[in-house]
Design a protein. Structure first.
Length: 240
């Protein structure tokens, strides 16, 4: 095993920028959550979790945000090899989310080799779910932290926008069938919820006080369709 190369710290200017950006986004999320709690008829049991998307960013940026004073824990990556390398370099206390498009031939490797893998958020087929389940079962004990969950968290990706270039299952019965398959046929996976990537044009067109149609669709999938597989109210992810 090769010795990890020490990570050079971010410059003071870069550190200041990163901390300011995280604080700004976190405050916006908190404000939106507070506003929603006063107008929504749905009660959630947990606060929104902010995942810092760190794809193509240097390990020093991630380390800066993970250390005090920010102490941010959850980071998202799109590319398998980049994620494997960063997970080897960075502290095992980081909780990694794979948010990129899943390729069947890389599912087992993703589940088997990434230290600190907390969730895979882009599952869109039974085949990929089965391969993740297989890879998690082959995971080396040395990668497991003391607080390691027995099962890998996964989210089913739903194509709410209908865009051909987007991955994801259809928001109707197809989503229910995949959720049920994971719950019943993948014992090493924990069905955490549903996820969508909204159409960028719709996101830009939404005005303050309005709801994004893609997110409304995803909420209906959770509330009306996936209740049959016992998805909790707060098991939902917005990606925009």
């Amino acid at each position: 095993m090769t010795t990890p190369i020490p990570i050079r710290p971010a410059t003071p200017t870069r550190t200041s920028t990163l901390l300011a950006n995280l604080a700004h986004v976190s405050s916006r999320v908190a404000a939106a959550a507070a506003a929603s709690s006063t107008t929504s008829t749905t009660t959630t049991s947990s606060a929104p979790r902010l995942i810092a998307v760190s794809k193509l960013k240097p390990a020093s940026d991630i380390l800066t945000l993970h250390q005090a004073p920010a102490s941010h824990t959850h980071f998202g990556e799109n590319y398998l090899q980049e994620l494997i390398e960063k997970a080897r370099l960075l502290p095992p206390t980081i909780k990694w989310h794979f948010i990129g498009g899943l390729q069947s031939n890389k599912c087992a490797t993703l589940a088997r080799e990434v230290r600190g893998l907390w969730a895979v958020e882009s599952v869109d087929s039974a085949k990929k779910a089965s391969l993740l389940d297989k890879g998690w079962g082959e995971r080396d004990a040395s990668l497991k932290d003391t607080d390691h969950e027995e099962r890998l968290r996964v989210f089913v990706q739903v194509n709410t926008s209908g865009e051909a270039e987007k991955s994801g299952v259809e928001p109707g019965e197809e989503a229910v069938q995949l959720c049920r398959f994971i719950r019943e046929r993948c014992p090493r996976l924990r069905l955490q919820g549903v996820m969508t990537i909204g159409a960028i044009a719709r996101s830009r067109a939404v005005k303050e006080g309005e709801e994004n149609a893609d997110f409304v669709t995803l909420r209906k999938v959770r509330d009306e369709r996936c209740s049959s597989v016992c998805l909790a109210v707060d098991c939902i992810v917005w990606c925009c």
